[in-house]
Ligand binder design. Structure first.
Ligand SMILES: Cc1ncc(COP(=O)(O)O)c(C=O)c1O
Length: 355
């Protein structure tokens, strides 16, 4: 798929950058000076432009806000120790977004449109990428239907946009999670593998209930048997039992996480035993009881590695090994940071230089 669209650029007259301490901002609250937008109509991508960050001109009948034809991505740009800016595995986000677009009956985004829009935007707003140790620029590409019409049908018009927000640490502390047995995130044949808005909307109420009980996140189970772990919040989940790294195999109910892939690639390179398969609650609880459960953690773009120090299940709390003893996930966290900061060789060619 090709796209030869020229990107028209209108720069902001006054940067907002000096209004913020970008090394110390809450996650997802402030946005950079510019945004990228592309418009789809008449069966093709027709326009692409970068303009000062602003609002969506929209009708109250805009189809995506009624019927949820909307998907998004989450990725990051990092500043290395020499001041260079690079993206982490952006083509993986592009590919995943297009798989989602197909499932949600939306137009795919040509690689050039995605990559050129992304590169131009981040180049323009490069000063917004925090240089701090745990800082990054969180980038949100998203695609949504824009027909002005009531009635459930595939929209004829869409917008693809990219906005960006400086970010620090996602979780300031290790987290406690609740194994959820009444509500489910995704079902077989559904859209669990897609970053579709509705997946997140349906998770909010169960997450609120879990938070009221003192947990930060939910650890979802499969909806068919209620026995196997799926994922947690906006993270895939991993376990170290004995000397084996285990994670639920991806399926149509689990997001194919890019951090997950990266962690597994490093584990394999380090010669660790890696198992991608169904992981049952029973086997993890048994490992906990016999002392072989060494580490439990979430992996995702926003948090990178989120250490899980407690699991609630069937009314009981299970305390997990201290974070300081977790050799594998601590080494992964440090290695990913070193690759992003340009301190060690990027053997897998994960970083894509912007400027
Ligand atoms: C539901 C869900 N699972 C897992 C992840 C982790 O995926 P990634 O590592 O690509 O950010 C995310 C975040 O994108 C997510 O929203």
């Amino acid at each position: 798929m090709t796209s030869t669209l020229d990107i028209k650029i209108e720069k902001t007259k006054k940067s907002k950058l000096s209004e913020f301490d970008i090394n110390n901002v809450p996650f997802g609250k402030y946005f950079t000076d510019h945004m990228f937008v592309a418009e789809y109509a008449n069966g093709k991508w027709e326009k692409a432009y970068i303009v000062p960050y602003g609002n969506v001109p929209m009708s109250y009948a805009m189809s995506s806000i009624h019927y949820g034809q909307t998907i998004f991505e989450g990725m990051k740009a990092y500043k290395d120790d020499k001041g260079g800016v690079a993206l982490f595995r952006p083509l993986e986000n592009w590919e995943r977004m297009n798989k989602g677009a197909v499932r949600m009956a939306m137009p795919e985004i040509p690689e050039e449109l995605f990559m050129n829009g992304l590169m131009e935007l981040i180049r323009l707003d490069a000063d917004w990428v925090p240089a701090s140790e745990s800082g990054s620029l969180y980038i949100r590409p998203f695609l949504f239907s824009t027909d002005e019409a009531i009635g459930v049908k595939i929209s004829d018009t869409f917008k693809f946009a990219i906005i960006a927000s400086p970010a620090g640490k996602y979780y300031s502390e290790p987290i406690k999670v609740l194994v959820e047995t009444d509500f489910f995130r995704a079902t077989r044949g559904g859209v669990g593998f897609v970053k579709a808005g509705g997946n997140y909307g349906r998770s909010l109420y169960p997450t609120k209930l879990a938070q009221q009980k003192g947990y930060q996140q939910i650890l979802w189970l499969d909806s068919e048997t209620n026995q196997y772990f799926e994922e947690s919040g906006t993270m895939n989940v991993m376990f170290v039992i004995g000397d084996t790294v285990m994670t639920p195999a991806v399926s149509d109910t689990i997001l194919d996480g890019i951090t997950r892939k990266s962690v597994l690639a490093l584990a394999r390179e380090w010669g660790m035993k890696v198992e991608e398969r169904k992981v049952s609650v029973e086997e993890v609880m048994t490992a906990h009881a016999n002392g072989t459960l060494k580490e439990v953690f979430g992996v995702g773009t926003a948090a990178t590695i989120a250490q899980i120090i407690g699991i609630g299940y069937n009314g009981k709390d299970y305390e997990l090994p201290p974070v300081a003893e977790r050799k594998f996930s601590n080494k992964i966290d440090q290695t990913l940071r070193d690759i992003r900061k340009g301190r060690i060789e990027d053997k897998f060619n994960w970083m894509v230089k912007v400027c």
